[in-house]
Design a protein around this ligand. Structure first.
Ligand code: SF4
Length: 378
């Protein structure tokens, strides 16, 4: 680890993940208010009474202000000082695309001009926000369009929280925040940005933060084994989902080259050792690819892999897209696969959402590089 000094504060730069043959380009974190916890705010407000930090924290997350001027509890000179010291750091909205099924796909602009995508999926019983944790992704999953971008950089904790704030405000979700469900399954491999992801989760779940239950937040990983163990030790942590997608080592190496570094058997051992809470099951995500990993034999091997793990399985029939070499399996094949797995573990078929706007799993990639879509604002 090393530290850099900016705006009179020290920021921690995570150690490189170069041993993964992945270039983890971590930028100088932005000194934005959104993303700060109480110790950060105390440091920023050095010389002010201690309670000022809590007042700013409550305004940022409890009242979700959109400008420092709205923090009326602070004296005007302090508001002015705060404005000069740090921007609020909420993302800008470049565009939003509306699907026939109600899904909305947002292209959000960050302070340095880079863009990420986030998706809002309204459902009967809940509203799911799929958010990004990196700009692009360094993990080269063969069935994923985001992989084609490579990694540009990690998101800060504030940029992760900012996506939730933006989508929840835009879709009036704070009226009943108990419906909010967050999945970190957008752009990026969350466990390669674990410190920022966990900091964001603390802000999202804190009772004076955004107050969202950790039961309603899921982080999905391609299988970064040491980070799985590290996340298991975190005091405040979300649910964990493993993006598995294969039933043998060879098959997984082909589909997810990260398996060359983190072998399937070791991944399953890490899953068995993961400290689940009493209310929790591990989730396994399995993208079904026609003629590749969707046979009954695959389903039976998957059942054997998951033996003795308290888990559930989410099946996703591939969402095809330009640049993806695989095809979607027939519904009969999917049903047969599900029937076999279901005998051993709860097994659900995830309904594809927002296919017409390329908002489904594995389809998040810069919209400017895609066929024209129907924008509804921006
Ligand atoms: S599936 Fe996830 S981990 Fe794999 S390349 Fe896409 S964004 Fe990265």
């Amino acid at each position: 680890m090393r530290t850099r000094r900016k705006f009179g504060r020290h920021f921690t730069i995570p150690a490189s993940t170069a041993n993964l043959n992945i270039v983890d380009r971590v930028p100088e974190p932005l000194n934005a208010l959104v993303g700060m916890e109480i110790p950060d705010l105390r440091e920023l407000l050095a010389g002010e009474p201690g309670y000022r930090a809590q007042q700013v924290y409550d305004a940022l997350y409890g009242r979700r202000v959109t400008s420092v001027d709205e923090i009326r509890v602070l004296p005007a000179p302090l508001r002015s000082r705060l404005r000069d010291a740090a921007p609020l750091g909420l993302p800008g909205q470049d565009s939003v695309f509306l699907s026939a099924d109600g899904t909305r796909r947002y292209l959000l602009r960050l302070a340095d001009g880079k863009t990420v995508e986030a998706v809002f999926m309204p459902e009967e019983a809940r509203d799911t926000l799929c958010i990004s944790t990196q700009v692009g992704c360094p993990v080269d999953c063969r069935f994923c369009l985001t992989a084609l971008m490579g990694l540009e950089r990690n998101l800060t904790a504030g940029e992760i929280v900012g996506q939730v704030l933006h989508l929840a405000r835009a879709n009036h979700l704070w009226a009943d925040a108990r419906r909010i469900n967050i999945v970190m399954m957008g752009m990026g491999e969350p466990l390669l940005n674990l410190p920022n992801v966990l900091k964001a989760v603390r802000i999202l779940t804190a009772s004076r933060g955004l107050g969202i239950s950790p039961r309603r937040i899921t982080v999905s990983t391609s299988g970064i084994i040491p980070k799985i163990a590290e996340m298991g030790q975190a005091e405040v942590r979300p649910r964990l989902a493993i993006s598995l997608n294969a039933s043998t080592e060879e098959q997984r190496r082909e589909l997810m080259p990260i398996t060359r570094k983190y072998h399937l058997n070791d991944l399953m051992a890490a899953c068995r050792a993961y400290p689940l809470r009493t209310w929790e099951k591990l989730s396994f995500e399995y993208v079904l690819l026609r003629g590749v990993n969707d046979t009954d034999a695959d389903a039976r091997r998957l059942v054997r892999l998951l033996a003795n793990i308290n888990c559930k399985v989410n099946l996703i029939a591939l969402n095809p897209g330009p640049g993806i070499q695989f095809e979607t399996p027939d519904p009969d094949r999917v049903a047969s696969f599900q029937a076999i797995v279901r005998k051993s573990a709860p097994c659900f078929l995830r309904k594809p959402r927002g296919r017409d706007i390329y908002a489904a799993c594995g389809q998040l990639k810069r919209m400017t590089e895609e066929p024209p879509l129907v924008a509804i604002g921006g």
